[in-house]
Design a protein around this ligand. Structure first.
Ligand code: NAD
Ligand code: UDP
Length: 349
């Protein structure tokens, strides 16, 4: 994507999985990036390679508090929020406040700076869907008092905050409903399916399938998602959304397990565990709106994306193992302690 000028861009949640890849991409394109993160699920090491870049600034901040940044801001990507069920359910009120109050603070900043703001919403706004595949016109089927509600209802309300502020104050907004996205830099113990299964397969541990594995998801590789987010952000002001961004190739959880075992040539066996409450039975995005309006569709197959993800995790596991075995691994331990110390409210990793 060509840019006529250098933009000043805020990425909240910029030290997380999606956010850190977005920061990389924006810096590579020549923009100035302010990465705002409280490191609750993000890690300092995700953005460490960017820290010495003159156009990159890391701001440790919780978006539940008002957000102030000096100078011109042109774009704000609001990605701050834990995305894995394990993590967003650990502090449900915190998650709800991050979604709703955080969205309010992001919108305030956009209003003050006359900046464009993009909200990272989610397929979870459709809950356990009665309509398949899910188009943006579907209002969803969310249990408002279940364990996923803090995230699902929080994200629904965040969309409301964005749309109402757009209508009242004419703030330019964009809303992306992101479907399951995967790739390098997911946390090893993130709890999400792809990272869990890949790590389990590489270690030769049992693959933990929840329920009978017949529930479905549709997986989008990180690079495809970033292209969609950016196309949406840079689309003309009258294009707002919401837009589903995801890969419509649908798989059962059991198929994913088999695929990962085959790709890693693992000896892992399948181990069945109870299905978590309110786990959606099926999920697949209808993406004709994104295709027609933004000219976006995913390009990277599950096979290809999984290969890159497996390479990432095998490198990490292998390197960690070597570091653990080395007698003189002091400097590595110190740097890891430093990054942990920075993750103030860090979750158990
Ligand atoms: P992630 O957990 O890796 O990243 C989230 C980042 O936000 C982390 O760096 C975390 O420390 C930060 N954060 C959380 N609460 C914060 C707060 N109150 N203040 C400041 N920073 C805070 O998750 P991800 O997969 O990178 O997801 C990024 C965004 O995309 C989230 O908003 C998520 O809801 C959305 N999303 C992701 C997926 C997916 O499959 N990855 C799917 C749908 C929606
Ligand atoms: N899942 C699983 N085993 C795991 C992790 C997840 O069977 O170790 C299932 C989970 O029950 C869900 C699907 O995989 O049906 C996707 O889960 P994830 O947490 O990755 O995302 P989400 O449920 O938010 O779509």
């Amino acid at each position: 994507m060509g840019f006529a000028s250098k933009l000043n861009i805020v990425v909240t949640g910029g030290a997380g999985f999606i956010g850190s890849h977005l920061c990389d991409r924006l810096i590579q394109q020549g923009h100035r990036v302010y990465c705002v993160d409280n490191l609750v699920t993000g890690t300092f090491s995700n953005v460490r390679p960017l820290l010495n870049h003159p156009d990159f600034e890391f701001i440790e901040h919780d978006i539940r508090d008002p957000l102030e940044i000096a100078g011109r801001i042109d774009r704000i990507y609001n990605l701050a929020c834990p995305a894995s069920p394990r993590h967003y359910q650990r502090d449900p009120i915190g998650t709800l406040h991050t979604c709703v109050i955080g969205a309010g603070h992001v919108i305030e900043l956009a209003r003050e700076k006359r900046a464009r703001a993009l909200q990272a919403s989610t397929s979870e706004v459709y809950g356990d869907p009665d309509i398949h595949p899910q188009p943006e016109t579907y209002f969803g089927n969310v249990n408002p008092v279940g364990p996923r509600a803090c995230y699902d209802e929080g994200k629904r309300a965040a969309e409301t905050v964005f749309f109402d502020c757009h209508h009242i104050y004419r703030i330019p907004i964009k809303v992306a409903r992101i479907f399951n996205t995967y790739g390098p830099r997911m946390l090893e113990n993130d709890g999400r399916i792809i990272s869990n299964f890949v790590v389990q397969a590489l270690k030769g541990e049992p693959i933990t399938v929840y329920g009978d594995g017949s529930q479905t998801r549709s997986f989008c590789y990180i690079d495809d998602l970033l292209a969609g987010l950016q196309l949406l952000m840079e689309s003309p002001p009258e294009i707002i959304g919401p837009f589903n961004l995801g890969n419509p190739e649908e798989q059962t959880v059991r198929q994913i397990a088999d695929l990962i075992v085959a790709q890693t040539r693992s000896k892992s066996t399948i181990e069945y565990h109870p299905l978590p409450r309110d786990d959606p039975r099926r999920r697949r995005p209808a993406i004709s709106r994104a295709r027609d309006v933004l000219g976006w569709s995913p390009k990277i197959s599950l096979d290809e994306g999984l290969r890159a993800t497996i390479n990432y995790f095998s490198l990490r596991l292998f390197t960690d193992e070597r570091v653990r075995r080395r007698p003189d691994s002091g400097s590595h331990t110190r740097s890891r302690q430093r990054s942990n110390a920075l993750s103030r409210p860090a979750l158990a990793r």
